[in-house]
Design a protein around this ligand. Structure first.
Ligand SMILES: Cc1cc2nc3c(=O)[nH]c(=O)nc-3n(C[C@H](O)[C@H](O)[C@H](O)COP(=O)(O)OP(=O)(O)OC[C@H]3O[C@@H](n4cnc5c(N)ncnc54)[C@H](O)[C@@H]3O)c2cc1C
Ligand code: SF4
Length: 570
């Protein structure tokens, strides 16, 4: 019997374990397997195979029973996820439904999740902007949160590394505050966006309008063809899954690549409950897993563990990894695990119209939009609030149908479509300040169906966010007015935190184990064979969409971890 147990443990032992198969976990799997490590990826959700499991990807609009919208009953049953713009007929099967995975909201938090192989990489909007030194230096300069242990130069080669493989369309804009990357052909700005770009360049020193960088194959290179991916067809129904691999996802890119090495074991329906800390060996030896369907428990072992369950779930797994050495959660000697949570502020937007360029319109679609990189408090503190915001910019024209008249006049009117004025819209992407009072913790008594403690959120906006919103309204209105845009309207959605879907922090990086959980290599200060490279590691949030930074940090951390293994340090 003893032999049987030894054999069973051996069978469940790998060189590396990755928890989660989303954007960051996919990268961990690719890098580890390419470097020759037998790697087990544990994923709580079902398997989703590229192309085969995209049931709605070729459906026509008229084939949807509810014409792309969700029935009222579903909305009523799912008040949280229904708030997400991408939760619609055709993609709803990739979203976590509210009832199935409850959590506790000490304060309202709209938590949007994708539990399946590929995680939220099947749902994301694919916007990928690099950070600059202004972002990495922010905390040290402004005195909020703690100093990042790295700077742009540490990550720059890794940004290049992941951009080349993932495929990023963009323009080399030469901006210090938004460094250029390894770009494929950029998508175009519209006539009005180009006009606004010129207007801003002429009138506002240090403000820029550019085309946003996005993880789409505008012109595939050999490395993308090798992945079996093809040119993006600009269909803009990406959240249904793209059969062409036109955008980057774990499913189309990193996971199949890792699979081809022969070193990957991918295990869906495996909910990781906690990490196993061995008091004698003074390190983590493996993970405890609950089968999502049978609810049976099992243990898997490895030399190194990458925790990539998406920020909040990563926090929860570590908080639930209790031992007599770490009674408050793994590596949590300073009590900061789960704290200094941060997110983005996407509450504000500005709409306007433009009567100019009546002879122009847009043609076809594009999978991205215009972008105004952060221009507030970049080089010096110039406002009453800390940090700043970037802004999205879109413009388009609606068709107007005249349904007046009778008989042949009505027919003629209906067939004569007219274009309305240009509509211009902008949305704010603000940085929130990580604070100790913004936290997640495990609920004292409530558990989920697998017996794992529920996650308790206490996260909110503050005065800094309110001041930032007002500044965005003032500045954007002024820029729009001076460009001759009319009918300008500002809207604050007053949505709860979370709907920005950029969960970050709680297991932050830093120089000092007294004030952070991870070192400059995303390695736990107090448990060296555990690496956290998803959003949980973020010390501050920047204004940029975060996932590209998780990818770069992950590739960099794997490179370090494997070198440490080879040196015999792990
Ligand atoms: C509609 C939408 C639009 C977005 N747009 C953008 C954008 O334009 N740009 C951008 O940068 N980001 C965007 N995001 C956010 C982006 O998707 C996330 O930042 C990114 O997916 C995070 O990667 P991750 O690996 O940390 O998590 P995920 O991709 O969510 O993957 C985590 C995986 O871990 C699994 N998991 C969780 N808990 C456990 C457990 N206990 N055991 C085992 N497995 C577990 C999950 O099932 C999931 O598969 C968007 C997200 C959404 C939903
Ligand atoms: S826009 Fe591009 S990436 Fe998105 S579904 Fe269409 S082809 Fe695929």
């Amino acid at each position: 019997m003893a032999n049987f147990n030894i054999d069973a443990a051996k069978e469940r032992t790998y060189d590396a374990i990755v928890i989660g198969s989303g954007i960051s976990g996919g990268w961990a799997a690719k890098e580890l397997t390419e470097k020759g490590l037998k790697t087990l990826v544990l994923e709580r959700g079902r398997n989703v195979e590229h192309i085969k499991d995209y049931p709605t990807t070729h459906m026509r609009p008229w084939e949807f029973e509810f014409h792309g919208r969700m029935p009222l009953e579903v909305i009523r049953e799912n008040p949280i996820v229904s708030k997400c713009y991408a939760f619609k007929d055709g993609a709803d099967h990739f979203f976590v439904k509210d009832k199935e995975h409850p959590y506790v909201q000490e304060k309202p938090f709209d938590w949007i999740r994708g539990y399946q192989v590929g995680g939220k990489s099947l749902l994301w909007a694919r916007q990928v902007q690099r950070w600059s030194d202004f972002d990495f230096e922010g905390p040290a300069r402004d005195g909020f949160a703690v100093d990042w242990p790295i700077r742009y130069k540490d990550l720059a080669p890794w940004y290049s590394y992941v951009e080349k493989f993932a495929g990023v369309s963009g323009n080399a804009d030469g901006l210090e505050e938004l460094p250029d990357g390894e770009f494929l052909r950029p998508y175009p700005l519209t006539k009005v966006e180009n006009y606004f770009k010129d207007h801003v360049a002429e009138n506002y020193k240090d403000r820029h309008v550019i085309i946003a960088r996005c993880a789409h194959l505008s012109e595939p290179k050999d490395i993308h063809r090798e992945q079996g991916r093809a040119t993006c067809q600009n269909r803009i129904i990406c959240e249904r899954g793209c059969p062409y691999g036109g955008y980057f996802s774990s499913n189309s890119s990193t996971i199949p690549w890792a699979m081809k090495t022969g070193n990957l074991s991918l295990q869906p329906n495996s909910v990781v409950a906690s990490l196993i800390y061995d008091e004698q060996k003074e390190k983590v030896t493996g993970v405890r897993v609950i089968d999502a369907i049978t609810k049976e428990t099992s243990e898997y072992f490895a030399r190194i563990i990458f925790v990539n369950a998406s920020a909040i779930n990563t926090n929860a797994i570590l908080l639930n990894s209790k031992s007599s050495r770490f009674p408050n959660g793994l590596g949590n000697d300073n009590g900061l695990l789960g704290k200094y949570l941060a997110f983005h502020n996407y509450r504000a937007n500005v709409q306007a119209e433009y009567d100019g360029f009546p002879e122009f319109t847009t043609e076809g679609k594009r999978p991205t939009s215009g972008y105004i990189p952060r221009f507030r408090n970049v080089r010096k503190q110039e406002t009453e609030f800390l940090r700043g915001y970037a802004a999205g910019l879109v413009s388009y024209r609606n068709t107007i149908t005249n349904s007046g008249g009778m008989g042949s006049t009505l027919k003629e009117n209906l067939l004569t479509l007219k274009l309305g004025p240009w509509k211009v819209g902008s949305h704010m992407m603000g940085e929130t300040i990580p604070k100790e009072s913004n936290y997640v913790k495990l609920h004292d008594s409530g558990t989920d169906v697998w017996g794992i403690p529920l996650i308790n959120f206490s996260v909110d906006y503050d005065e800094n966010d309110e001041k930032m919103i007002q500044d965005y309204f003032d500045e954007m209105t002024q820029m729009f007015e001076s460009a001759g845009f009319t009918n300008i309207r500002t809207t604050d959605s007053h949505q709860a935190p979370g709907l920005d879907i950029h969960e970050m922090g709680g297991v932050r990086m830093g120089k000092d184990p007294a004030t952070s959980l991870l070192n400059e290599w995303n390695q736990m200060h107090h448990s060296k064979n555990v690496f956290v490279t998803d959003g949980a590691c973020m010390t501050s949030t920047g204004t940029q969409n975060p996932s590209l930074t998780y990818m770069a940090l992950t590739a960099r951390a794997v490179d370090y971890a494997v070198k440490e293994i080879n040196k015999g340090n792990l």
